[in-house]
Design a protein around this ligand. Structure first.
Ligand SMILES: Cc1cc2nc3c(=O)[nH]c(=O)nc-3n(C[C@H](O)[C@H](O)[C@H](O)COP(=O)(O)O)c2cc1C
Length: 229
């Protein structure tokens, strides 16, 4: 594994429109930060490659789910080319040594806001576990797992539960982070505490999606408080 892969490494999955890239590893350079990458509608099925799901010497796994498209914004609507949580994940991966893993829905959420709200409402009501299109990562080599998502219906999207149920996070330190429109953390860190009784879930970071690009001071303080910088 090259030096460039052992630092700030992205475990990209479906971000670049390349087929079969579930586990393409690229150095997390400026060109490849999530906010710089074009949004893509490519949902070509990915081929798992377990060989590349861990990087020796890297202890921090940054996991996030994010949805580009129409979203709530200043009591109106706005089309996001890159999801707010993805932008925040990129800011984090710029600051710490980590492997980044994006959770992708097997059935992509609509671009439109209202049908997404409706689907999420049903999934919450059914306590659903929406399928993922990318293979779960091998988390065994990581001590710290950052878990990022938007706030949906005052909770994490149910696909975060799909991820949590699918991997063994016992004994690991969990750092939740969310982006939201109005409701802040919404107790999502406590939800993770309930779901992960054998993990140490720290207090999370909540960033308003509209101001995500201005999140650096709060982000730095949170990373510092958790000894990541
Ligand atoms: C289905 C859905 C439900 C949402 N529910 C909430 C909510 O309960 N509280 C809130 O503050 N924002 C809510 N939002 C707004 C998002 O949390 C916010 O725009 C977030 O930054 C989006 O992140 P993303 O672009 O990474 O998906 C919701 C958005 C969607 C699409």
């Amino acid at each position: 594994m090259s030096d460039s892969l052992s630092r700030r490494t992205f475990l990209t999955a479906g971000l670049t429109g390349i087929t079969a890239i579930a586990a393409v590893l690229t150095g997390c350079t400026t060109e490849q930060r999530p906010q710089d990458r074009p949004s893509t509608g490519d949902r070509t099925p990915k081929t798992p490659d377990p060989e590349t799901t861990t990087i020796p010497g890297t202890r921090v796994l940054l996991v996030y789910f994010s949805r580009a498209g129409e979203n709530y914004y200043y009591r109106g609507r706005r089309d996001l080319e890159v999801g707010n949580t993805e932008v925040l994940a990129g800011m984090i991966s710029d600051r710490i040594d980590c492997v980044t893993y994006e959770i992708e829905a097997a059935e992509p959420y609509p671009d439109a806001y209202d049908p997404t709200v409706e689907r999420n409402r049903r999934e919450q009501q059914d306590d659903a576990r929406p399928g993922m299109s990318n293979p779960l990562p091998d988390v065994s080599g990581f001590d710290i797992v950052l878990l990022g998502s938007p706030v949906w219906g005052s909770r994490a999207p149910m696909i975060m539960s799909t991820f949590i149920d699918g991997v063994d996070l016992a004994g690991k330190t969990i750092l939740p982070f969310v982006t939201y429109a109005v409701s802040g953390m919404s107790g999502i860190d406590n939800d993770y505490r309930d779901a992960l009784p054998d993990s140490e879930v720290r207090d999370g970071l909540a960033v308003q999606g509209e101001t995500v690009t201005e999140a650096a001071p709060g982000l730095d303080a949170w990373l510092n408080a958790n000894n990541l910088v």
